[in-house]
Design a protein around this ligand. Structure first.
Ligand SMILES: *Cc1c(COP(=O)(O)O)cnc(C)c1O
Length: 423
């Protein structure tokens, strides 16, 4: 049996209907923006392996940091103990996060980072003796697959089996251009009619919805409405964090700063699963009490895993190099040039670019579903041509590792352009 056949015996893959899905491709190795399968076919990873890998596959600098940590202290429980890598990560984040973020809580993945933020929002008001139990979220949001994160997510076919079992979430429209006022009005109405604890949002870019983008100013306005009504704001920067939008965090484009931030994905450069939720001092103080019941009783066995922390420190160090900042600007300029070339193509309805993120929407006759035939046709075409891209319905987006070469990027654009001829 080859590896793909052996996979089929026991493995259950994410987001996969095994009866109808194509068999998975076995990847043997990776270097930079490239991956190779078991037949040595080469692929350009144009989505940074689900947005986690900015600095390239098998990155030696991060690997060395991990090895050093693994052979010094691989793990110690974080209840009652601490260690230097966790302290260094927290100190480093204090340098690069908005100044109002003062406390750092570790968990394991993007969903748990969101889960922690939502639990903290709810318990914050509980601890203050105020009944506030509703969470506000955007339409078509994606915040993860654990229960509270799933409740906040608005992509309905992900969640339909669980309707009626969720925490209270109300949705408002995303303030895309032309829809700002509608979004403000909806938020005010929702706050008036519910006991709202928090508002969670993907700042500036809704990743899983298909890289839907909106401007910082309307988000500032939504945040001011929340502040006036003492609704806590939660920036889910799991996708946007660590340079993807051209700044370290999408929040850096804004005047208003969130009460909490969720980080994961690129945090460890795509090496070790780890996540962080950060908080203002004021939130922390609502849990700081002589009464033990006011504490945050949440934790994971691998909380603040030292190896993950070492990977995060190495990754942030890479992000901060001039070379990496130049890479981000270079990818952005390539995207803008491609956008100028492709935007008036007869099969393209819209294009959008922010930082290293590029998206285009393909004109279609009928509304296509998330995993519709067009999407599958495009996906297969890209794979055939050695490019890893996962279209969302009729939206094709590119979110490459920052270290992708100009030549590799041009090849990705060419294949995307060619794909427009087959749809
Ligand atoms: C991917 C993602 C999550 C969930 O992260 P996981 O590590 O997959 O659990 C949450 N929020 C956003 C914005 C994401 O892109």
């Amino acid at each position: 049996m080859n590896l793909t056949e052996r996979d089929g015996q026991y493995l259950w893959h994410p987001y996969t209907q095994h009866k109808t899905a194509a068999l998975p491709i076995t990847i043997k190795k990776g270097k930079g923006a490239l991956l190779w399968d078991e037949n040595n076919k080469e692929y350009i990873d144009a989505i940074a392996s689900w947005w986690v890998n900015p600095y390239g596959h098998s990155n030696k600098f991060i690997a060395d940091a991990i090895y050093k940590q693994l052979t010094t202290l691989e793990h110690v429980l974080f209840g009652g103990f601490t260690h230097e890598p966790a302290i260094l990560v927290a100190e480093k984040l204090m340098e690069i996060l908005p100044k109002n973020q003062q406390k750092v809580f570790f968990s394991d993945n993007g969903s748990t980072a969101v889960e922690v933020a939502i639990k903290v929002a709810l318990q914050y008001f509980f601890n203050k003796g105020e009944k506030r139990t509703t969470i506000i979220a955007f339409e078509n949001a994606f915040h993860g697959d654990t229960f509270a994160a799933m409740a906040a997510s608005g992509i309905s076919f992900y969640t339909q089996a669980f309707q009626g079992m969720f925490i209270d979430v109300v949705r408002i429209p995303v303030p895309v251009i032309g829809q700002e006022q509608e979004s403000y009005d909806a938020l005010k109405k929702v706050i008036k009619e519910n006991n709202c604890a928090g508002f969670i949002y993907e700042p500036l870019v809704q990743g899983a919805a298909g890289m839907v983008m909106y401007e910082p100013e309307p988000l500032d306005e939504l945040m001011r409405i929340c502040q006036q009504n003492k609704v806590l704001t939660i920036a889910d920067e799991v996708m946007t964090g660590f340079g993807k939008t051209g700044k370290t965090f999408a929040t850096d484009y804004q005047l208003e700063k969130p009460d909490m931030m969720c980080l994961s994905k690129a945090l460890t450069g795509g090496t070790i699963p780890m996540a962080i939720t950060t908080f203002t001092q004021e939130i922390f103080e609502a849990f700081y009490d002589d009464d033990i019941n006011k504490a945050l009783f949440h934790g994971h066995t691998f909380t603040a895993n030292p190896t993950g922390c070492a990977a995060a420190l190495a990754s942030i160090a890479l992000l901060q190099t001039d070379e990496m900042q130049v890479n981000i600007a270079r990818v952005n300029q390539n995207h803008l040039d491609f956008q100028a070339r492709i935007k008036s193509h007869p099969k393209v309805t819209t294009t959008r670019v922010l930082g290293v993120i590029f998206a285009l929407e393909i004109k279609t006759e009928s509304a296509t579903s998330y995993y519709g035939t067009l999407r599958n046709k495009l996906y297969d075409f890209f794979i055939e041509n050695g490019i890893i891209l996962r279209p969302v319905g009729n939206i094709v987006y590119i979110l490459p590792p920052y270290i992708i070469t100009d030549e590799q990027l041009q090849k990705v654009y060419q294949v995307v352009e060619n794909a427009l001829e087959i749809v």
